[in-house]
Design a protein around this ligand. Structure first.
Ligand code: PXL
Length: 298
């Protein structure tokens, strides 16, 4: 629609720690796509392992930004939402999608909690639990969703789904999520074997299920979910099929993790090092494939 594809990116900006907009803006821009950030909050750092961070809620400001964009008659090729701090913000995003989302690709990363894969990790906060109900409503408007397994549980009203998952179990969860009214699902960071972590993929219009091998490393890598959703959105706008777009996103994260591991003193909360990779990775035209098809016609 726009000469340079344009994406409205609704997420927080955390000044330090590599998450949300400080990943979405560089990643999507490096893919040759214009990013229009609609900030949901401004923080000094993200909230994982940091204490006493500053937090400025942007709920009051968001409608003013949207009104101005409306007066400018802006058109978006995609709307991509991430961290939303309250039910009110979810309502604002639903309204934004109704006003601007007619022909846009709608990508919702239903940020509700972390995967409780590692000892001492928090499952989800009370506030996030509170907004899970509203998030289901937002998910209903989406073409693509990218929950982790914890978020998938919350969306499906499941107490807990223990990993590792068999291919069949993974397909069933993907199918149930698509029954919420979504065509394309990617569940991130799912253990699919003792030492195997995957992204589970379901493309309903193709009726195909896949798992993409993340190249498991036994420690958390913070902020990779946001890189995944950002690169996925960018690749979809560039015309990749859903599985190829998700594969491209996983490949980028695998390279970022490999680079980060060269710096063993990097703290988990500093995220993964991806900046030196941006210029070459997204300039490539072919990508190594990490996926296998896991089910059909469930
Ligand atoms: O999606 C990760 C994320 C985004 N925004 C904020 C966060 C986190 C994870 O810790 O704290 C503010």
């Amino acid at each position: 629609m726009n000469i340079i594809p344009r994406v409205a990116t609704i997420n927080d900006i955390s000044g330090f720690g590599r998450v949300s907009l400080t990943e979405a803006i560089p990643v999507i821009s490096a893919m040759g796509i214009e990013v229009c950030p609609l900030p949901t909050a401004v923080l000094s750092t993200h909230t994982y392992k940091f204490e006493n961070y500053s937090f400025c809620d942007m709920t009051e400001e968001m409608p003013k930004i949207i009104e101005h964009w409306d007066r400018l008659n802006l058109k978006f090729d995609a709307i991509y939402s991430g961290y939303l701090g309250s039910k009110k913000q979810i309502d604002i995003v639903c309204d934004f999608i109704k006003r601007f989302g007619n022909t846009a690709l709608i990508v919702v990363d239903p940020v509700l909690g972390d995967n409780a894969l590692y000892e001492g990790e928090e499952l989800y906060s009370e506030n996030m639990l509170d907004i899970a109900e509203e998030m289901k409503y937002l998910v209903h408007h989406a073409d693509v969703i990218t929950p982790n397994l914890t978020e998938a549980c919350l969306l499906l009203d499941e107490e807990y789904i223990s990993h590792p998952l068999s291919d069949e179990e993974l397909c069933k969860i993907l199918k149930r999520l698509s029954d919420l009214g979504v065509d394309k699902i990617a569940i991130t960071s799912v253990m699919t074997g003792e030492n195997e972590m995957s992204v589970g993929i379901y493309d309903k219009s193709e009726n195909k299920y896949y798992k993409i091998d993340c190249g498991y490393v036994n420690r958390p890598f913070h902020g990779t979910g946001d890189i995944f959703a950002s690169a996925l959105t960018g690749a979809l706008l560039k015309g990749y099929s859903f599985i190829d777009a998700a594969n491209l996103a996983v490949g980028f994260i695998r390279e970022a993790i490999a680079l980060t591991l060269k710096y063993p003193h990097m703290k988990i909360e500093n995220g993964v090092i991806f900046e030196p990779l941006l210029s070459h990775y997204f300039a490539k035209t072919t990508y190594e494939k990490f996926y296998t098809e896991i089910g059909e016609k469930l």
